[in-house]
Write a protein of this length. Structure first.
Length: 76
């Protein structure tokens, strides 16, 4: 099985930031269950961080996101 078969592209709203990136989600698994099972932080790869005005702030190959700061998460 290829490594990227577990990648799911998501959009995360956390405070005043919009984050686009990949999380490791088994095909067929629910995003809701992933978030409920996440520890205090969860990994986002190929991350892009944007402000709410639509300006890109930075990108990073890896980003830890604090779960309790997440307001919304959805598949991209």
């Amino acid at each position: 099985m290829a490594e990227n078969e577990y990648r799911t592209r998501v959009v995360i709203l956390a405070g005043s930031y919009r984050i686009k990136g990949d999380i490791e989600l088994v095909p067929g698994a629910r995003l809701t269950d992933y978030m409920l099972d996440a520890k205090a932080f969860f990994a986002v790869t190929r991350a892009e961080v944007w402000d709410l005005e639509g300006r890109r702030i930075f990108s990073a190959p890896f980003l830890n996101v604090r779960r309790d700061q997440v307001v919304l998460v959805a598949p991209d």
